[in-house]
Write a protein that binds this ligand. Structure first.
Ligand code: T4K
Length: 374
C-alpha cells in the first residue's frame, strides 16, 4: 500500500466556519478563562451528552488528576492495568498508590468479581476505565463501592456519547472523565471534561481547574491551571454538529470489518450488546496465534511493513512500566487475563474518512496471512 494508514485520523471542522468563529474571538480578545464560546460549548455539550453538569478541561489527563483532587482521594485506589498510562499516572501525580485488579475477558474492563479481594483499610476509591468505550459493569462496581464506602471515578476517555438502555454511561459513579484528544471520537485538538451530578461539585471542579480561585481574592484550595481556551471551545462547538454522522460512519466501517473477518479462524472481536448506543471508538481484534497461524506481533509487523499502522492498545500493560512494576498488585500472576489480552490485541484503523478501498485492502491482507480460513 502506498499511503500510510494510521490507527486513527482526526475529523476536523469546516475551515471556513472555524475562521468565522476565530474572527469573533479576534474581535473580542477574550482568549481563555470561561469565555463566551467556552460557556456555550459547555452548555451544548451537556445537552448533547445527556448529563446534568460538565466542566471543560485542557486535556483528559489534567481532568483525571483534578477529579481525584475534587473528591480528596488519598491512600490506595483500585484500578485496571489495561488502559492508557494516563489513568495510573493521574494517581501517581496525586501521591496515591494504584492497586491493580485484573480485567474480564469479554469487554476488557475491570473485573468486579476481583475487586473486593483487593480492598484494604487504605482503599478510598475505584478508578475503572470504559475500555474502547464499552461500559464497565457499573451496577456491580457501584454495589461494591456502596458496601465499602468508596468513591467511583470513571475514566471515560473512550466513552464519548455512549448510552446504555438509552442513558448516558457518564452519569454513573461519582465523576466521569472524558478526553477530547485528536485521536478520540470527538476532538477539540487537546481537551477533556469532568461530568458530575450537582452544582456544588461543578463549582469545586471549576475552582480547582483555575488555581482554586473562587473569586478575585479567595483561593479555596491549591488548584491547577487546566482550563480549555476559547479556540478549542469554538472548534468543539463545530464538532458537535458532525459527531453523530462521524459515529455513523465509524459504525459502517466496524460492520464491514466484522463481516469481512468473521470467518477467519483465530480472530475474535468484542460483541456489541443490543442495549448499547456505541461510538465505535476503536476496532480491536484479538489474535489466537495457534488458530490464526501467526502471532499477534508478527501480524502487527507485517501490517506495518505494508503501511497499515494498527496499534496494540493496550500493550504493554501499565503494570509493566518501570514506575509500577514493583507494586505487589503488578505481579503478572494477579493479572492473568490482562496479560493474555494485551498479548493478543491489535486495534485496526478506524476513522470516519477512511476509504472503502483501504478498508477492503486491510481485510484482504489479514485474510491472506491466515493459514486456516474456513
Ligand atoms: N485515559 C485513557 C483511557 C486514554 O486513552 C487517554 C488518552 C487518557 C486517559 C488521557 O487523555 P488525554 O490527556 O490524551 O486527553 C494516543 C493519544 O495521545 C491519547 O490521547 C490516547 N489516550 C491514547 C489511547 O492514544 P498515542 O501515543 O497512541 O498517540 P499517537 O500520537 O501515536 O497517535 C496515534 C495515531 O493517530 C498516529 O499514529 C497518527 C494518528 N494521529 C495522531 C495525532 C496526534 C493523527 O492522524 N493526527 C494527530 O493529530 O496516544
Amino acid at each position: 500500500m502506498d499511503n500510510k494508514i494510521y490507527v486513527t485520523q482526526p475529523t476536523l471542522p469546516n475551515l471556513d466556519e472555524f475562521s468565522e468563529l476565530l474572527k469573533d474571538i479576534w474581535e473580542r480578545k477574550w482568549l481563555t478563562n470561561n469565555g463566551v464560546y467556552h460557556q456555550e460549548f459547555e452548555r451544548k455539550l451537556a445537552e448533547y451528552l445527556g448529563v446534568p453538569f460538565i466542566s471543560l478541561f485542557s486535556n483528559g489527563t489534567l481532568a483525571l488528576v483534578s477529579a481525584l483532587q475534587v473528591l480528596n482521594i488519598k491512600g490506595e485506589v483500585i484500578t485496571t492495568p489495561y488502559s492508557f498510562v494516563a489513568t495510573t499516572h493521574a494517581l501517581w501525580w496525586n501521591n496515591i498508590k494504584p492497586v491493580f485488579v485484573d480485567i474480564e475477558p469479554e469487554f476488557c474492563n475491570l473485573d468486579p468479581a476481583k475487586i473486593e479481594a483487593a480492598i484494604t483499610p487504605k482503599t478510598t476509591a475505584i478508578l475503572p476505565v470504559h475500555v474502547y468505550g464499552n461500559p464497565c459493569n457499573m451496577n456491580a462496581i457501584q454495589d461494591i463501592a456502596d458496601r465499602y464506602g468508596l468513591k467511583v471515578i470513571y475514566d471515560a476517555a473512550h466513552a464519548f456519547g455512549v448510552k446504555e438502555n438509552g442513558k448516558s454511561i457518564l452519569n454513573f459513579g461519582d465523576l466521569s472523565v472524558l478526553s477530547f484528544h485528536a485521536t478520540k471520537v470527538f476532538n477539540t485538538i487537546e481537551g477533556g471534561a469532568i461530568v458530575c451530578h450537582d452544582e456544588n461539585t461543578k463549582k469545586r471542579i471549576d475552582y480547582l481547574k483555575n488555581f482554586g480561585f473562587e473569586n478575585e481574592t479567595t483561593v479555596i484550595a491549591p488548584g491547577i491551571n487546566a482550563k480549555m481556551n476559547e479556540l478549542q471551545a469554538a472548534y468543539g462547538l463545530l464538532q458537535l454538529k458532525t459527531v453523530e454522522d462521524d459515529i455513523l460512519k465509524r459504525k459502517e466501517i466496524s460492520e464491514i470489518y466484522r463481516n469481512g473477518l468473521k470467518e477467519i479462524k483465530g480472530i475474535r472481536f468484542i460483541d456489541e450488546p443490543d442495549n448499547l448506543y456505541y461510538n465505535y471508538a476503536y476496532f480491536p481484534i484479538f489474535i489466537d496465534e495457534k488458530e490464526y497461524g501467526m502471532s499477534r506481533d508478527a501480524l502487527y509487523e507485517k501490517l506495518k511493513d505494508n503501511n497499515i499502522f494498527g496499534r496494540r492498545y493496550f500493550y504493554p500493560l501499565i503494570s509493566q512500566f518501570p514506575t509500577y512494576k514493583g507494586l505487589d498488585s503488578a505481579n503478572p500472576e494477579n493479572l492473568l487475563v490482562a496479560h493474555k489480552v494485551a498479548n493478543e490485541v491489535i486495534c485496526l484503523p478506524i476513522y470516519p474518512d477512511m476509504t472503502n478501498d483501504n478498508l477492503i485492502l486491510i481485510i484482504k491482507f489479514i485474510i491472506k496471512h491466515n493459514s486456516r480460513t474456513t
